[in-house]
Write a protein that binds this ligand. Structure first.
Ligand code: NAP
Length: 252
């Protein structure tokens, strides 16, 4: 059985490791990465890197490589590839599962400003202070390009393209510990944190640090999973699906 994991997340890597380790005799795993990060952490098993060329390209790849099941374990905000996966799986008649870790939930007393997009996040900053800790990744910085505030932008690779005039870039890759997040917020006298609701444990300590520092959080809500696609919230659930659901679907 050949499983294609659309990756780029720690859950995708954990799932590849899990299937490659415990089901290696029966399951062939290929992980697909977009190629956005210069030196990605490579998952276990086979890896391919780069876009497929839209829905048609993905359908072609699935057919040419005799893929039996697809798991969309991409980041909750990678909307295009998730949509393409849903269309391609339906066209190629291959079962598809979305692996999505649960989103973050505000604790009592936390000052969260939930918004629908990066553009709305930029607008929501008005009146929340002058010093912003921006952790939404290097893509999409253009949404903040006209903001007058000072920004600490943290990303894995250096951003390019339009960005706020007053920006300091911090190149770093999670996991991030609470002590470090606390220190960053204090040292840069941060007034407000901006994040996407990725739900990742590796990046959650910034929320605890913001709560401790009593600063507001502007948080971008997730786009929905494409209609009709079943969702697993843990690697274990996704691994169990590989051994049962695809076979049932294939025989119906
Ligand atoms: P996106 O907007 O949903 O996808 C844009 C295009 O990139 C897709 O149409 C596809 O190109 C290609 N692509 C995306 N993921 C791919 C994958 N796993 N394998 C092969 N091609 C892929 O994606 P994005 O938001 O730019 O994210 C790119 C990757 O970074 C994703 O794999 C995601 O898991 C990871 N990531 C994203 C974020 C985020 O905040 N968005 C954060 C951390 C990690 P074709 O149409 O040519 O196939």
């Amino acid at each position: 059985m050949h499983v294609l994991i659309l990756g780029g997340t720690s859950e995708a890597r954990a799932l590849a490791e899990r299937l490659h380790g415990s089901c290696a005799a029966t399951v062939r795993v290929t992980s697909s990465l977009a190629g956005r990060v210069a030196a990605p952490r490579l998952p276990a098993g086979e890896v391919r890197i780069g876009g497929f060329g839209g829905v048609e390209g993905l359908v072609e790849w699935v057919r040419a490589h005799a893929v039996d099941a697809v798991i969309d374990a991409t980041h909750p905000f990678a909307e295009t590839i998730s949509f393409n996966a849903a269309r391609a799986a339906a066209t190629a008649h291959v079962p598809l599962l979305a692996l999505r870790r649960p989103g973050w939930v505000p604790a009592a007393g936390e000052d969260w400003h939930q918004v629908a997009s990066l553009t709305e996040a930029a607008r929501a900053l008005d009146g929340l202070g002058d010093r912003v800790f921006l952790t939404t990744g290097r893509m999409g910085l253009a949404a903040f390009a006209d903001c007058p505030q000072w920004f600490l932008v943290r990303s894995v690779d250096a951003p390019d393209g339009p960005m706020p005039a007053r920006t300091e870039v911090l190149l770093d890759r999670g996991p991030f510990a609470l002590a470090g997040e606390r220190e960053l917020i204090a040292r840069h006298r941060i007034d407000v944190l901006v994040t996407k609701d990725s739900g990742a444990a590796a990046t959650a300590p910034k929320l605890a640090a913001a709560r401790e520092a009593n600063i507001p959080v502007v948080i971008v809500r997730r786009p929905p999973v494409p209609e009709g696609v079943p969702v697993a919230t843990t690697v274990e659930e996704a691994a169990a699906w590989v051994t049962t659901a695809p076979r049932q679907l294939r025989t119906t």
